[in-house]
Design a protein around this ligand. Structure first.
Ligand code: PMP
Length: 291
């Protein structure tokens, strides 16, 4: 029998360590109050080796989140940490999780004086994360309003997504769709929304939604219009899909009682996105950082 595979290495405060030895104390500020910021990034196997898709954009968004808390964050160091983690693990197709947070320093809300930490973990992705077509339930919870909590990847903000996801699952759906009090579509718990109507592609725009990098990718590729979309309009669309780093381009099968049929435009975009992230479209190679 062969020896068990070693746990993947993770980058923690400047050094590569076995991922299963990562530890944080129970007084960690971020564990009590959510004072951390994370990213979800992906690497893909390409003809020129493993490459990370839109890494600078992910780390720039993380920097904006870190600035909200006054967490120190150096994108150059984070870049090195991501690449070092992928190289150390020999990962090609991988999901990468950088996280920066406040640790020790007591139970006060003021982050002043708390110890900042950062880690990067990488998990090999053997299968596409986007399998079946998603069934969405319209959430009874509202998305965190941007004037209460900015739509960045702040750890505490994801409690809102957890509540919505739990409620959608309890009602038999796979995922939740947030709408606002005026009936406009916001986003899903971890993905942005697009629709196709009469052949025209539209990106849902909403101030409370995360400014998704996959959404931006598709906007740049297609020149689609981005605008506010009501739930009513979404239910009448020919095709709806969600998109995100983990979800990639994920066709929606159903929203509540509305079932969608064939989704040719979504499938075409799914294939195009798949070629781009694997470096098969020379015009968009600049979006890839070689590992
Ligand atoms: N919205 C939310 C709330 C998310 O967590 C994510 C995943 N980062 C997205 C949208 C999609 O963003 P991206 O395409 O940058 O992964």
């Amino acid at each position: 029998a062969s020896a068990p595979a070693p746990a993947p290495l993770a980058w923690f405060d400047g050094a590569l360590v076995p991922g299963d030895t990562l530890q944080a104390g129970l007084t960690t500020h971020a564990m009590h109050y959510g004072s951390g910021v994370f990213e979800g990034v992906r690497a893909y196997a390409t003809d020129f080796g493993a490459a990370v898709f839109r890494l600078p954009e992910h780390l720039e968004r993380m920097r904006r989140g870190a600035d909200m808390f006054g967490l120190p964050f150096d994108p150059a160091q984070a870049t090195d940490a991501v690449l070092a983690t992928l190289r150390a693990n020999g990962h090609r197709d991988a999901y990468i999780r950088p996280l920066a947070w406040f640790g020790e320093g007591g139970f006060g809300l003021d982050v002043e004086g708390h110890v900042p930490h950062m880690m990067v973990a990488s998990t090999a992705t053997h299968v596409h994360l986007n399998g079946a077509r998603a069934r969405l339930g319209v959430s009874r919870w509202r998305r965190n309003p941007a004037d209460s909590l900015p739509p960045l990847k702040l750890c505490g903000g994801y409690v809102n997504s957890i509540l919505a996801k739990r409620e959608a699952k309890a009602r038999g759906f796979d995922e939740a769709l947030f709408t606002d009090r005026e009936g406009r579509v916001v986003e899903c718990t971890g993905a942005n929304v697009f629709m196709v109507q009469g052949g025209a592609l539209t990106a849902v725009a909403h101030p409370d939604a995360l400014d998704g990098i996959t959404r931006d990718t598709l906007l740049q590729l297609t020149g689609a219009q981005a605008r506010a979309v009501s739930l009513e309009e979404l239910l009448q669309a020919d095709e709806v899909f969600a998109c995100g780093t983990a979800a990639e381009v994920a066709p929606v099968a159903q929203i509540e009682d509305r079932h969608y049929g064939d989704n040719p435009v979504t499938r075409e975009l799914q294939a195009l996105y798949g070629r781009i992230v694997r470096g098969r479209e020379p015009a968009w190679r600049h979006w890839l950082t070689a590992v």
